[in-house]
Design a protein around this ligand. Sequence first.
Ligand SMILES: NC(=O)C1=CN([C@@H]2O[C@H](COP(=O)(O)OP(=O)(O)OC[C@H]3O[C@@H](n4cnc5c(N)ncnc54)[C@H](O)[C@@H]3O)[C@@H](O)[C@H]2O)[C@H](O)CC1
Ligand SMILES: [K+]
Length: 519
Amino acid sequence: MKAVTGETMQQLDRRTIDELGISGLILMENAGRCCAGAITAAYGGNKKVVIVAGKGNNGGDGFVIARLLSGQGWQVRVFILCSPEEITGDAAVNLQRLDEAMITACPRPGDLAKHGSAFAGAGVIVDAILGTGLKSEVRGVYAEAIDLVNSASAPVFAVDIPSGVDSASGKILGKAVRADMTVTFAAAKLGCILYPGAELCGTLQVADIGIPEQVIADAPGCEFMDHAAARKLLRPRGRQTHKGQCGHCLIVAGSSGKTGAAAMAANSAVRAGAGLVTVAVPALLNPTMEIKTTEAMSLPVPDGGTGFFCGDAFKGIMTAAAGKDVIAVGPGLSFEPETADLVRKIVSQAALPLVVDADGLNAIAAQPEVLQARKSSVVILTPHPGEMARLAGITVADVEGDRIGVAKSFSSRYKVFLILKGARTIIASPDGEIAINGSGNPGMASGGMGDVLTGVVTALVGQGYPPFFACCLGTFIHGLSGDLVATEKGEIGISAVDVQESLPYAFKTLLSNAMNGSS
Ligand SMILES: NC(=O)C1=CN([C@@H]2O[C@H](COP(=O)(O)OP(=O)(O)OC[C@H]3O[C@@H](n4cnc5c(N)ncnc54)[C@H](O)[C@@H]3O)[C@@H](O)[C@H]2O)[C@H](O)CC1
Ligand SMILES: [K+]
């Protein structure tokens, strides 16, 4: 699903009105009608609605909702947070269409609070206060109104986006409505899918209000990876598929005390459909690896008896790379200087597609220029915010303050594919494409989940998925697997191996949806 900023949405609005002659009044009518339908479907039992409206077109949508619900026999109260004459344009046209008896102007601080009883008796409260026109921190009567809406016992329906949520970033500007349902128009707003905004939307629906699909498709934005988007990427297997067609992954991982990371990456690659998997580990750890992996082959590599990769390992690894389809480097490698040197040599010398994670990223962060003088045309980095900060030479706060921007600029600067993990995970391609992952849950906040993701993405690259698709689909499948585990076990105490073992079920869930076309 396409996700756009509020500013882009307003440009789409403009283009639809100016180039296609579909008036703003029609768009507002359609928006209001979609909302009225959703409200009736969800809250039609008790036909008492309170609509709180701002002075812009978000409020205008609220006036259309008021008129339509009133026509269906609802008891409607409309509270406007300004004086009527401040309302202009299409919103004013729709205000004038309302029976004055249902309207109460509350332009001054404390005005709205006098009508608390109306809120108490409402079956649903409609937030038509602010939409994509939010420009600054919410204060004054708007802040009061948001507090009143949030303190009411009735369910809250947000028009377009919960008021107070920035439509481009999902940040809360001062305070914001906590909605039970949000109907947004034409395309998802980034503010409705990025946290914390995403958490304030409740159930999110995207309503078609008559803006042509091509206009939306042509607009700048991001791909929100939901089931439908992921399903389009997943390729069912032909009946004659054999393991030689499913890729051979070489995973360079592990160090003394961190064999688990190597095993999870290798076993997850198996669980994500890799034809063959070889995990290269320091020689001292190989007996352990032989126990931890069954389907995956292990390859002991010179470590000077230390349990940590040393410089001599390079030759063995590059020899092992012959005949492989993809190399993953990083899980459980450790910060040892010789290991870091080895990683940088592999990144600069290996011609195969590379997936670099965990301690492999820290090795690159010390000398990011190694990304520029490299042989491989495909390098995928999978940092968490701390690793991203080290790679980009900024703080974690800088990363978290602009996740999309940081991922996009690093990816295009170093011509790498990047999976910036977190809620929500951002996927960036060197040509500027951005996807936002829609699966996953807080139960996945535990060690090893990143090793599992590395195995999944590596397996998909090995199976021939184009790198951006492998990143998008792999991230979605990883999160979906975590969601399936959480459905069964809850969100506390689930482990990376639980997610690893649930991967086939995630593929099956997505594939069965693909087969029967359900969303
Ligand atoms: N194609 C579409 O998406 C359609 C969207 N519609 C609705 O229009 C709003 C956007 O309307 P707009 O008038 O641009 O802005 P808002 O109604 O969100 O803002 C109203 C008003 O509020 C002022 N304002 C901004 N920030 C603050 C603040 N912090 N405190 C107080 N006031 C603030 C600002 O100056 C504006 O004047 C969109 O969300 C949809 O709901 C169309 O109705 C249909 C097509
Ligand atoms: K709103």
